[in-house]
Design a protein around this ligand. Structure first.
Ligand SMILES: Cc1cc2nc3c(=O)[nH]c(=O)nc-3n(C[C@H](O)[C@H](O)[C@H](O)COP(=O)(O)OP(=O)(O)OC[C@H]3O[C@@H](n4cnc5c(N)ncnc54)[C@H](O)[C@@H]3O)c2cc1C
Length: 593
């Protein structure tokens, strides 16, 4: 069965050699010295490998079951959840006031990657709670914060996010769930939500549902949506649990993957709810945590790619098939290992160069979130808003592709369940859909984020890449040729696509929208190219300075060169597609498909 080893050395490299977190002036970062982060990452890696990963296949095989209105999670989940809680992991980046440890989000992101790689379905119970708690933290009254947060930060109570209804997922303006005001200031919620992750289960004393609903008489469409706190058990004034609320799980969905996470139909039958934030501003409240939530989903793509890659690599070294055409490598055996074959190498290098680049990208994104929240930096906030759909869409698409490639290394053994590789593809698939389907991420990027604040943030991104190239160029001709020149070319392609949208999108918006998916991928490649240039530079400096492990840094440079040579040129294809405009995409009438 698959195994998982947390990539702590690689994370330390990104955090310290590349991002230099301990040298940053973001509040809370000065404490993040290498020894300190190493201790936390090692501990998180241990629980991931020893507690969460062994339950991954159990969760997949057993799934969740609805019995008398209660969802039973797979065997061992409850005990593991207690261990995660006892370690204080759910509150790592939450305020101390509510029982958290107030660590920066960047550290939480590194730990989150490990937990997700080890067991995505399990980690979602905690992840959804984090999202719901962040919403209460940002928009709740003092009373709401003190009532719910201490229990949610510890994960004694878990949380959910209820947006989707049977007839509306992307277009939430069509929502029908109603919230009727009551004399005591509360609301009665009636309606049905579907696909609610962690909606009902047996691992927590209480479940705090955050529910979007419409107050009758409010504005039409999306402008009339408000956000409510709806506890499974009402909470008494002294904080103890009271009566069962009118919310129940009607069904759990059978699905492709993440079987260990309960995906529930939730019925609200006059359930008592409390307004969170302002009336009719529910979407705004949701959007304040969107960057974090979407980054966390992008990270799931990376996490599944990483664990799948680790196992494919072991298999490629172990499985004997065929001979190396340039000379036998395993003369004592009947054949050479798969890893000698160039096409298997290509496959493994795709995976390795993606996961390491994606890790740097998510950790940089998390650092921007810290800079925005902890240092109140508006430019960082603008930049991460721009990059969020790229992180979510590109990393989950590519992450899924990498799990398929990892499966391919196993040949037929990847297709059967015995080796456990199919779970990675099945689990990775959902991240392309939830938290806004990837087509909608592309729409958000091109339709909203590019033009936000007069295009200031996309210009800032281009400036960042340009100044990085200018500052770094001229020190090492090989590095310039292998890293900086390809980055410059890719960045130019991205700018050309932006210019095309500006010119042609004005004439017909479909010229921009038909190219939006390509643009999201192109942007993702440029971001990973930028990350690889930064990682390559850090590795080269370490090699030149004679510090650390030379093999590690030389490997980093070779992996970066691969990405620059073999992946980054994809931007030219994306640009050609974009510049063909809407015509080839929209040529057929719906009836002629
Ligand atoms: C396992 C699982 C867990 C989930 N967990 C949760 C949860 O915890 N809470 C919650 O509220 N929801 C949850 N969801 C729901 C999920 O977020 C939605 O399924 C998703 O947002 C898409 O909505 P939809 O399924 O209605 O698809 P639709 O909105 O019908 O979209 C269908 C397709 O059309 C595309 N599309 C739609 N509109 C446009 C447009 N304007 N332009 C271009 N393309 C468009 C989309 O990209 C998509 O590919 C979950 C779903 C699943 C399967």
């Amino acid at each position: 069965m698959p195994t998982y080893t947390a990539p702590t050395k690689d994370m330390q490299f990104v955090l310290h050699d590349v991002l230099n977190i301990a040298g940053s002036d973001i509040p809370g970062y000065a404490d993040l010295e290498p020894d300190f982060t190493s201790a936390i990452l090692e501990e998180a890696g241990k629980i991931s490998a020893e507690v969460l990963q062994p339950l991954n296949a159990v969760g997949d095989a057993e799934g969740c079951a609805l019995e008398n209105g209660v969802v039973r999670t797979p065997q061992g989940f409850k005990e593991a959840f207690e261990q995660v809680k006892a370690g204080g992991w759910p509150g790592l980046d939450m305020p101390e006031e509510f029982g958290g440890q107030n660590m920066p989000y960047v550290l939480n992101t590194a730990v989150g990657e490990m937990f997700s790689a080890a067991n995505q379905a399990f980690t979602m119970y905690q992840g959804l709670t984090h999202g719901a708690a962040s919403a209460i933290l940002a928009h709740g009254s003092d009373e709401q914060k003190h009532t719910y947060l201490p229990k949610m930060v510890s994960c004694d109570w878990t949380g959910t996010m209820n947006l989707t209804e049977p007839h509306c997922g992307t277009d939430l303006g069509l929502m029908r769930t109603k919230a009727e005001p009551q004399d005591d200031g509360s609301y009665k919620l009636t309606g049905q939500k579907i696909f609610i992750s962690s909606g009902e289960h047996d691992m927590a004393e209480n479940i705090i549902h955050l529910v979007l609903a419409k107050i009758p008489g409010g504005p039409e469409g999306i402008k009339g949506v408000s956000l409510f706190i709806v506890p499974k058990f009402l909470v008494k004034e002294d904080g103890s649990l009271g009566a069962r609320n009118g919310v129940s799980c009607g069904k759990i969905e059978e699905k492709i993957g993440i079987h260990g996470n309960s995906t529930c139909v939730m019925n609200y039958d006059g359930a008592t709810g409390y307004l969170l934030g302002q009336q009719h501003k529910g979407m705004r409240a949701m959007f304040t945590m969107m960057n974090e939530a979407r980054l966390a989903v992008g990270m799931q793509g990376l996490a599944q790619a990483e664990v799948a890659f680790q196992n494919a690599l072991d298999y490629a070294k172990d499985r004997l098939q065929g001979r190396d055409v340039t000379g036998v490598k395993n003369p004592d055996g009947p054949a050479d290992p798969l890893i000698v074959h160039p096409d298997v190498r290509r496959n493994l290098m795709d995976q390795k160069s993606f996961t390491e680049g994606a890790r740097a990208f998510t950790l940089w994104g998390a650092m921007l979130i810290d800079q925005a929240h902890r240092a109140g930096d508006k430019d960082a906030d603008g930049l991460i808003s721009l990059l969020t759909p790229v992180i979510k869409g590109f990393l989950t698409d590519q992450g899924y592709d990498m799990t398929v490639q990892a499966q391919q290394v196993y040949g037929g053994h990847g297709y059967i369940e015995e080796w456990g590789m199919s779970q990675f593809t099945r689990d990775a698939r959902i991240a392309m859909i939830y938290e806004g389907a990837n087509g909608v991420q592309a729409l958000d990027l091109v339709g909203r984020k590019l033009a936000q604040d007069g295009g200031k943030h996309v210009m800032a991104f281009f400036d960042l890449v340009k100044s990085y190239i200018a500052e770094t160029k001229g020190q090492d001709a090989d590095f310039d040729r292998d890293f900086l020149d390809p980055l410059k070319a890719a960045s130019k392609d991205l700018q050309a696509a932006g210019m095309y949208f500006m010119a042609e999108g004005m004439k017909n918006p479909n010229n921009a929208l038909a190219g939006s998916y390509d643009f999201m991928h192109m942007f993702g490649h440029v971001c990973l190219g930028y990350m690889w240039a930064r990682m390559g530079k850090a590795a080269r400096e370490a090699l030149d300075g004679g510090t650390g492990d030379p093999e590690f840094y030389a490997t980093k440079l070779a992996t970066g060169r691969y990405y620059m040579a073999r992946q980054l040129p994809a931007t030219a294809l994306h640009l050609a597609r974009i510049q063909s405009g809407a015509e080839p995409v929209m040529a057929l009438e719906a009836a002629n498909f």
